[in-house]
Design a binder for this molecule. Structure first.
Ligand code: SIN
Ligand code: MN
Length: 205
């Protein structure tokens, strides 16, 4: 493991290829039950370039009218989200030192042209809990900075099977995905990148 900044901890190759394949099968089953949807920016209604779904008791959603929030049901099917697979939870249990379980696992799917602008993850009440990210499929150029949007940033590559913990002094760092590197992984037959981020949303009693 490599501490890239205080609280920003990188675990390269956390998941072996066989585990990545097993996880992909579990995620595909989840996406059948909770199909990918296109989130929209608050107010402007501009579509995100990623498509999303969630696992867990809460899922992160966004639309023009109600903005960023956590919801217990899928915005299009109104069904509860599928449970977070045990293999996904393994990264939370082993890479974070947080005693309680995550409630949400956001799945972002990036095609070759998708990106994620610099932002903070701050819709959670439990800011003492880290965000734990898993990357699958094509590599990306990830950027992380400070708590100020205009602060200095560092860029690094995230590859299939890597885990990144965004916690501690880095919990509110601005971060984003500048670029997908197409055809850098054979995990997804049609290419693209999947990112999972687990979050604790509510403060444990
Ligand atoms: C996110 O910040 O929600 C996604 C990060 C990533 O795709 O690596
Ligand atoms: Mn984020």
């Amino acid at each position: 493991m490599i501490e890239l900044a205080p609280g920003l901890v990188y675990f390269p190759d956390f998941y072996a290829r066989a585990e990545q394949e097993e996880m992909l099968a579990l995620l595909r089953a989840g996406v059948k039950a909770a199909p990918l949807f296109t989130p929209r920016m608050p107010r402007t209604g501009k579509a995100f370039s990623v498509r999303m779904t969630n696992f867990g008791s809460l899922g992160w959603v966004s639309d023009r009218e109600r903005g960023y929030r956590y919801d217990s049901v899928h915005p299009e099917t109104s069904a509860a989200w599928p449970a977070i697979p045990e293999l996904v939870l393994k990264a939370w249990r082993e890479a974070s030192d947080y005693a309680h379980s995550p409630e949400a696992c956001l799945l972002n799917f990036y095609d070759a042209d998708a990106r994620m602008g610099l932002h903070q993850d701050r819709d959670e009440a439990a800011l003492e809990a880290p965000v734990v990210s898993i990357s699958l499929g094509d590599s990306c150029l990830f950027r992380a900075g400070s708590e100020s949007r205009s602060g200095k940033t560092k860029s690094f590559r995230l590859n299939s099977g890597d885990v990144l913990v965004i916690g501690g002094a880095s919990r509110l760092c601005f971060h984003g995905v500048d670029k997908i590197y197409p055809r850098t992984s054979t995990l997804l037959p049609d290419g693209g990148r999947i990112n999972l981020t687990m979050r604790r949303v509510t403060r444990p009693a």
